[in-house]
Design a protein around this ligand. Structure first.
Ligand code: TYD
Length: 221
């Protein structure tokens, strides 16, 4: 695996987790806290984040596009990610910004690699190629059970997309896939129970990210 060089001025953070985990809320709270602390923050999401990525997003998530088989689905997510990594994330990190993305490679490994059964290693390889090996320095995993995620999604009343409407056993496999990723590289992950109060989760995330930034700046001094 390759990461942004240790002396890259910015920081790249991903939020991951099952549907209904509250990633967007936590990404927004972290972005606000870092802006308040005087950092330039770029908040983005996948699939999407570029004009081509947003088109690919509706292609792969909206119902009624005709059959999309698993390999095609994995390639669409990877194509959107290639544009996102090259056009948006890498340049912002190089400019010294903190990039916060709602989902990244781990989502493809969990949903397409494990959920769709394409194989975690194969999907990882595809995505390393697509992103030229750009990985986040920290991934915040908001851990949610399939049942809790479904309840939280239902409560918001938004229509479910193609992936969200998969059954609970699909979401349970995805949850385990995320946890396995985090267990394999604990220094790169912050795993939090999504059911805790939003303010408490936000404080834990903020503390970890500020520590990371302080360590980075101490190293650069
Ligand atoms: P998300 O944007 O988190 O959903 P919402 O905007 O409705 O909260 O993610 C959209 C869906 O796409 C989600 O079910 C997970 C899925 N997904 C994949 O299957 N693979 C991927 O690589 C990514 C980025 C998302």
């Amino acid at each position: 695996m390759t990461f942004p060089p240790a002396d890259a001025p910015g920081l790249f953070i991903a939020f991951e987790g099952g549907d209904g985990a509250g990633k967007s809320t936590q990404a927004a709270l972290l972005a606000q806290a870092l802006s308040d602390a005087g950092r330039t923050v770029l908040r983005t999401r996948e699939p999407g984040g570029t004009p081509v990525g947003e088109k690919l997003r509706s292609l792969v998530l909206d119902h009624g596009q005709g059959e999309i088989d698993a390999r095609c689905e994995a390639l669409i997510f990877a194509a959107a990610r290639a544009a996102h990594a090259t056009q948006v994330i890498a340049p912002a990190v190089a400019r010294g910004e903190v990039v916060i993305t709602d989902r990244y490679i781990d989502s493809s490994i969990a949903y397409q690699g494990v959920g769709r059964g394409l194989g975690a290693a194969e999907v990882q390889q595809l995505n390393v190629w697509a992103t030229a090996g750009l990985w986040p320095e920290l991934t915040v995993l908001l851990d949610v059970s399939a049942e809790e995620g479904r309840c939280r999604r239902t409560a918001t009343e938004a229509a479910e997309d193609r992936l969200e409407s998969e059954p609970d056993h699909f979401h349970a496999a995805i949850r385990q896939a995320f946890l396995d990723r985090a267990a394999a590289r604990p220094e790169r992950y912050l795993v939090l129970p999504a059911g805790r109060p939003a303010g408490e989760l936000a404080a834990t995330v903020r503390t970890r990210v500020l520590q990371l930034l302080a360590a980075r700046e101490a190293g650069a001094a």
